[in-house]
Design a protein around this ligand. Structure first.
Ligand code: PSU
Ligand code: MN
Length: 302
């Protein structure tokens, strides 16, 4: 399988020397954020990791190759090209067989990262159980259930049914840690009103838990949920009105499948005069910083 993986020289040597690495997804760049903020954010996330002494491995499929660690031009290509597909795990074999470029979701990224030997991953918000009558459940969830990885995020995206998503995580034995919080974050908002399983207040605290999971042979991810920075938060009250309009718009336009999440995020940003976009960028940056601190500590221990 590794034959189909293309690790950048930097990532290859970092992993061999046990230097700290974090994985980053590319769907958020290609489909989650508008231009030009998408490229700026992708570059900023890599820079934040490097400032902490951690090597960023942005993951994507380029020319049918599963790439772990992108160079500047490759990141630009993901951000600015119009023919980058959104790839979840089910799409990986298709993309490799047929060739072409694709951005990887949380599901596909952690699938790849784990097999490449990376243990820490950062994103904005995970996918989950969607609202509405159609049973639309992101492939992020089942992938989290079978991938031993520290996943740093701000909870599940607010466009989802957060209660149903929280229940799903519980059913499938995915431990939810609150990073400096007892209430599970709600993406653009700091609080969802739903409990976490355990509170962690430092990278060392997270690592002790992760280590115990490994010793017990628990194969699911450790979800480390970090609240959006206070200054960028959009309150649930403000969000709920906007979100209702966006959901109605998606329904009317018959948006389905992989298009639902990007459509809703873009629509909310438009309706909030970019307040949700600013929150999204702030939480992505903050999560990359926390993930880098965890990876740094992890490399120091082993
Ligand atoms: N987090 C963000 N913005 C995003 C995503 C996450 O802040 O755009 C992406 C992730 O790649 C996640 C995907 O895996 O949305 C979920 O899409 P779906 O609901 O179609 O599985
Ligand atoms: Mn879906």
């Amino acid at each position: 399988m590794k034959r189909l993986f293309s690790l950048s020289p930097e990532i290859k040597s970092a992993l061999a020397a046990n230097r700290p690495v974090i994985a980053l997804e590319s769907t958020v760049i290609a489909h989650g954020l508008p231009r030009p903020q998408n490229l700026e954010t992708a570059q900023r996330l890599e820079q934040i990791a490097r400032e902490q002494g951690v090597i960023p491995a942005t993951i994507a499929v380029l020319d049918g190759k599963i790439c772990v660690g992108l160079d500047e031009h490759q990141v630009e290509g993901i951000a600015n090209s119009d023919d980058v597909r959104k790839l979840s795990t089910r799409d990986l074999a298709v993309a490799v067989t047929r060739g072409g470029n694709g951005a990887t979701t949380v599901a596909a990224t952690i699938w790849i990262a784990q097999r490449a030997g990376i243990q820490v991953f950062a994103t904005g918000g995970i996918g989950g159980v969607h609202r509405g009558s159609l049973p639309d459940v992101s492939a992020d969830l089942p992938e989290l259930a079978c991938t031993p990885m520290i996943v740093v995020c701000s909870g599940a995206k607010i466009v989802l049914d957060l209660l149903a998503t929280r229940e799903w995580l519980e059913t499938h034995s995915i431990t939810v840690a609150g990073y400096g919080c007892d209430d599970m974050p709600a993406f653009y908002s700091q609080r969802s009103g739903l409990p976490v399983d355990v509170r962690c207040d430092s990278p060392g605290d997270v690592l002790r838990l992760f280590k115990t999971q490994r010793e017990l042979g628990i194969e699911s991810a450790l979800l480390v949920t970090v609240p959006v920075p206070a200054e960028a938060e959009v309150s649930l009250d403000v969000l709920s009105a906007i979100l209702d309009e966006s959901l109605a718009e998606a329904e009317k336009a018959h948006i389905r499948g992989r298009d639902v999440t990007p459509f809703l995020l873009a629509s909310m940003s438009e309706r909030s005069e970019d307040a949700t976009l600013r929150a999204n960028i702030a939480l992505l940056e903050n999560n990359a910083r926390v993930a880098a601190q965890i990876a740094q500590e992890l490399a120091g221990q082993s």
